[in-house]
Write a protein that binds this ligand. Structure first.
Ligand SMILES: [Zn+2]
Length: 269
């Protein structure tokens, strides 16, 4: 496997690449071991060395709902932000399936916090890996009726669009214009980030601000930048916002910080 983004931007650190490939971001012990023993031998052109693979093989594979959602969201965001070897259409296809997966898991995580049994379609089958868990549609229904969450019409439309598109991709055929696909992905990413922040108390955008991923996402995925700006702005209805010199959206508060990209600028007139 080749990491084209590593060749394109030196600011993307070797450690980020290692976390993604092996899913060990949550295990500090592994991070230390990677830096200590593997980094000097890493070859960005041809992948990790055998030492890294041996390290990975010794680790248990662990994805709880949230880390599983985070991983899929990261895949979707990176596909939209960074250039890679896939065609634009393949990137969009994979971004949609990953974003849909992330959303489904985030919805389930909120249900789990209410009670883990709510994740199962039939709550009496709680913990049975043979029994079906709720669909995203059923999760939204339960979150509404049991947890008193509200979903805007816009978010309901986003969830319907990402769900039906994912089903088409995974089970049949998918036909769409590139513009339509970009809107679906942009809306889905914004929903995932907004839902995690509002209902799980987690700022998932922080994961992407450790390197250039967030900046590139805003730059490359303009549909996302537009809808996410609107989402953020609705949370601060009485705040006067000015144009950001960096990302070009009207998201700068009078204190000088951009609510979308994080850029700071002088707002003194
Ligand atoms: Zn900005």
């Amino acid at each position: 496997m080749r990491f084209s983004w590593a060749r394109q931007n030196s600011q993307r650190t070797i450690s980020v690449l290692s976390y993604e490939r092996f899913g060990i971001a949550e295990i500090p012990f592994c991070i230390a071991r990677w830096h200590d023993s593997v980094e000097p031998e890493y070859d960005c052109g041809n992948g990790p060395t055998g030492k890294a693979e041996a390290l990975s093989a010794r680790l248990p594979i662990q994805f709880d709902l949230l880390s599983n959602a985070r991983d899929s969201l990261r895949r979707a965001v990176e596909l939209m932000a960074w250039d890679d070897l896939n065609s634009d259409h393949a990137k969009l296809k994979h971004a949609i399936t990953n974003a849909a997966h992330a959303i489904e898991l985030l919805l389930k995580e909120r249900l789990r916090r209410e009670h883990p049994a709510f994740i199962w379609q039939n709550v009496d089958k709680y913990r049975s890996l043979q029994a079906q868990t709720v669909t995203a549609e059923a999760a939204v229904s339960r979150l509404t009726t049991i947890c008193n969450l509200t979903f805007t019409d816009s978010d309901k439309a986003t969830l319907l669009a990402i769900r039906t598109t994912r089903n088409a991709i995974e089970h049949y055929e998918w036909h769409a214009s590139e513009a339509e696909a970009k809107v679906i992905v942009g809306n889905a990413l914004s929903f995932a980030l907004g839902f995690a922040e509002e209902h799980l108390g987690i700022d998932l955008s922080a994961d992407f601000k450790r390197d250039d991923t967030w900046r590139l996402l805003i730059e490359q995925a303009q549909e996302f930048a537009r809808v996410h700006s609107l989402r953020i702005a609705t949370k601060a209805p009485n705040v006067f916002l000015m144009l950001c010199d960096e990302c070009g959206t009207e998201m700068v508060t009078d204190a000088g910080g951009c609510l979308l990209c994080g850029h700071w600028q002088d707002t003194e007139i």
